[in-house]
Write a protein that binds this ligand. Sequence first.
Ligand code: NAG
Ligand code: NAG
Ligand code: NAG
Ligand code: NAG
Ligand code: NAG
Ligand code: NAG
Ligand code: NAG
Ligand code: NAG
Ligand code: NAG
Ligand code: NAG
Ligand code: NAG
Ligand code: NAG
Length: 833
Amino acid sequence: MMRKFPKSLFLVIFLLQLISSITSTKNLSYGVGDIIRDGETVISENGIFVLGFFKANNGRSRYLGLWYNFSTDTIVWIANRENPITHSFGVLQLTGEGNLIIYQNQSTTNDSSIVWSSNSNNSNVVNPTAKLLNSGNLIISSSNHGTNDDDGFLRESFDYPTDTLLPEMKLGFNKKTELQRYLTAWKQSNVDPSPSNFVMKMETTGLHEVYTLISSKNRKVVRLGSWNGEWFVGTPRQKTNSGRSFTYVDNQDEVYFKFNVTEHLIYERIVVFPNNSYWRLAKGINDTNSTWSSYPSNADTCDRYAFCGPNGICNLKNLTYCECFPGFRPKSGNSWIQNKYSMGCARNLELNCTDDEDFFLVNDVKTPETTNSTFLDKNLSIGQCKDRCISNCSCIAYAPVYLEIKNIPRGCIMWYGDLIDTVLFNRGDGQQLYLRMPKSELQGKYSRNGWKKIVTIVMVVVGVIIISLSGIVILIRKKKILMQRRNLTERPMLYSNEDDTILNEEVPLFDFLSIASSTNNFSTDNKIGQGGFGVVYKGTMENGQEIAVKRLSSSSGYELNDFMNEASLISKLRHRNLLQLLGCCMERDERILIYEFMKNKSLDKFIFGENRHLIEWPKRAEIIIGIARGLLYLHQDSGLRIIHRDLKPGNVLLDEAMNPKISDFGTARLFGIEQVEENTRRVIGTFGYMPPEYANGGIFSIKSDVFSFGVLLLEIISGKKNRVYYKYENDVNLLAQAWTLCKEQKSLMLLDECLCQSCLIPQVSRFIQIGLLCVQDKAIDRPTMSDVLHMLTNENSSIKDAKRSAFWNYSSDPNFEQVDSNNVASLTQLDGR
Ligand SMILES: *[C@@H]1O[C@H](CO)[C@@H](O)[C@H](O)[C@H]1NC(C)=O
Ligand SMILES: *[C@@H]1O[C@H](CO)[C@@H](O)[C@H](O)[C@H]1NC(C)=O
Ligand SMILES: *[C@@H]1O[C@H](CO)[C@@H](O)[C@H](O)[C@H]1NC(C)=O
Ligand SMILES: *[C@@H]1O[C@H](CO)[C@@H](O)[C@H](O)[C@H]1NC(C)=O
Ligand SMILES: *[C@@H]1O[C@H](CO)[C@@H](O)[C@H](O)[C@H]1NC(C)=O
Ligand SMILES: *[C@@H]1O[C@H](CO)[C@@H](O)[C@H](O)[C@H]1NC(C)=O
Ligand SMILES: *[C@@H]1O[C@H](CO)[C@@H](O)[C@H](O)[C@H]1NC(C)=O
Ligand SMILES: *[C@@H]1O[C@H](CO)[C@@H](O)[C@H](O)[C@H]1NC(C)=O
Ligand SMILES: *[C@@H]1O[C@H](CO)[C@@H](O)[C@H](O)[C@H]1NC(C)=O
Ligand SMILES: *[C@@H]1O[C@H](CO)[C@@H](O)[C@H](O)[C@H]1NC(C)=O
Ligand SMILES: *[C@@H]1O[C@H](CO)[C@@H](O)[C@H](O)[C@H]1NC(C)=O
Ligand SMILES: *[C@@H]1O[C@H](CO)[C@@H](O)[C@H](O)[C@H]1NC(C)=O
């Protein structure tokens, strides 16, 4: 049974149906009676957005949705999200009353066949039309404006977002109609578009802050913070001149946030994902082939809602993260107990609402959440705010509020209960909070009245001078760090914008959860190596960047601060022949180092075994020189005098261009090995690369690394391992063999057969001579790395004859019998004598 359509209209439908079965891409706007069937699409005038049916759930379900013409699997809006069609006979139709309807069976367009309706039917409507606007907004309008929508449309898809916020789309609510515009994640990414429990929504009370939350449990996940006139303080700062603009509107009718791409530089969207994260995704306008660059917006521990509990402050710079407001102490006892942060803090002295109270200014924070707070939306000065708060016994804090306009406060906000989800930024662009405290607690923190004005003025002047001087220094440092960062992380250009990274003067901190997810929860499939200090995994960050994740075994009881100091020291070492530390992660008992990932793995894969022919002589010479450069930097040029202690082919990684990068430097320091050694006289290193004085318990110096380098050099040339423990009959002591051959003027016989074609004979014999100099018994006879590099790179430099060595032979010592140098463990420990 058809609805009561005029007969003529019915004919039109029929005709258009015929036409549309011929063309698969329809015109932009279509009037009453026109239909879209599964397989047909409508493209917006600018060619960017497409409307049509798409398949999901492995082809089992069909939905009407909107996507980008250049990125057809990026669905930005869905109509019948909760009510999919199971076959390909669905149609979309606009009725004479202005209702858009999806029927699941094009031959049965009666009520029983309806799977979705826009519910925009209105008997006053004249000539309704539906149109896909250039912004990706599917609108229904009527020529007589018989409308109920604030933009003059009968209905628009922008009012009913799914999981994606497009430019110009509002996130917020209408105070009159109570229409909430919020995002709801898919049940399963790319598979099941039906709505999940994870939403991003604007709070209807307080300062109308934006949260992500698990709606079924009403559990807040991340609070974006209040609007400060430019951005939500809890999110990475957005530069307005970066091709985007941001708007926050709070008037008597509605309150919303929206963004726009001001120049046509980028496609950008904000998406909530089923795994409780939200992302900003973007593509350059001329870069439509590439994948979307993604930028996670809730990456830090401190972004987790109420991580430090009531009255706690989360401070990313603090290794334990949580602190209490001044005048408060941890509820769990005198100090924070790990994993009990959520208990928060309690006042040392309760307030009793007497004259004995005043306010303490807490600066540079994300102010507490405002659900139960009162927004005094008046032209109150900050002084008047204070008076209001002091005269209300339950007011415990207040803060100025900045809305549309930055730097000009508009009224203030007052808190009554606990202060929840406060974050200390340490970056100078946070908010101010005035906290009520007994005057006795204020004393010693700062004194309000005790100082004479002159003293204050003098202090201010001195302060200004110091601040501007340190400002200049910090600026220069920031610039430098940013330049370095830019070189090392391959963030897409669009995001190399300074303010997108939380500036951290020390080593960048990574979030444990994101590291865990990048490595598939440290799955054994991702394991790429194991050493004495821990296991190494391959990880893929959400932006596609590959990383090597070294999860340190947590048994050694070292201090958090030491770990942080050493990690930041290591991260400052930057050289093209050193593996770069990208950051670290310290949460709970986890100590994780994150390095750049090297596709070609380690050098031992290339100099020993079947792949030996892959690197010819000229490349090997380059590798040797590269390693020498890296080592020289560690010893001398970095200014830090770092001894590697475990240089060997397994610790030299190769990048895509086969450039060597020394890895594992500094880990001994990280573990406080020096102390361990002193106390227990244990020796760290790997057989075959260990200088005699080391195993003898002698003094350890940079010359020990020179010995290891010499062994490494001879191994690269010979393709043979320097065995110290003879497992097979043909195992050789490479050093002894090299010395003998050299003395007999037959040093070229040491050369790996694979290299005969490509080698430069004079260069090879020079290198062997240099290698022999490095492996001399006495440390004092060995050259320094700068001598070594000089000899390697200058053909005309003279090379001394190496002294004959005992070529340290472990095999006679029964203690060494269990050790097999084939073992890949990067670190072997043994008892010295
Ligand atoms: C599309 O509609 C416009 C008017 O809105 C019309 O001028 C144009 O000819 C139509 N194009 C097609 C292919 O029907
Ligand atoms: C949409 O994409 C298709 C396939 O890539 C292309 O052929 C077509 O020209 C595009 N349409 C517009 C209007 O850009
Ligand atoms: C669509 O409706 C027609 C007529 O009622 C029916 O014959 C046909 O089987 C239906 N198709 C589907 C896929 O339900
Ligand atoms: C809808 O149409 C189908 C087939 O024409 C019919 O079997 C069914 O009874 C109709 N339903 C209603 C509610 O009219
Ligand atoms: C709109 O359609 C619904 C069902 O499709 C109906 O219940 C309602 O009365 C209609 N409203 C108007 C104003 O026509
Ligand atoms: C958003 O940006 C587009 C493209 O630059 C522009 O056409 C549009 O007017 C802007 N919208 C608003 C509300 O500023
Ligand atoms: C995109 O490409 C067009 C044509 O090559 C060029 O004119 C335009 O400047 C480019 N836009 C951007 C933002 O690079
Ligand atoms: C995008 O891909 C198409 C086809 O694969 C290719 O012709 C075009 O050059 C590519 N564009 C860019 C900017 O890489
Ligand atoms: C870190 O927080 C603790 C309290 O949780 C505090 O005692 C300590 O001073 C803080 N450290 C720094 C560097 O701020
Ligand atoms: C209020 O507390 C202060 C100390 O915090 C105390 O000196 C004062 O006596 C108390 N007043 C009352 C009325 O309890
Ligand atoms: C707000 O008040 C309600 C009711 O008293 C309470 O359940 C809730 O925990 C409070 N929320 C915050 C953030 O203080
Ligand atoms: C969340 O889902 C998105 C989309 O599938 C994915 O890109 C991202 O890696 C996921 N994040 C986590 C932490 O699992």
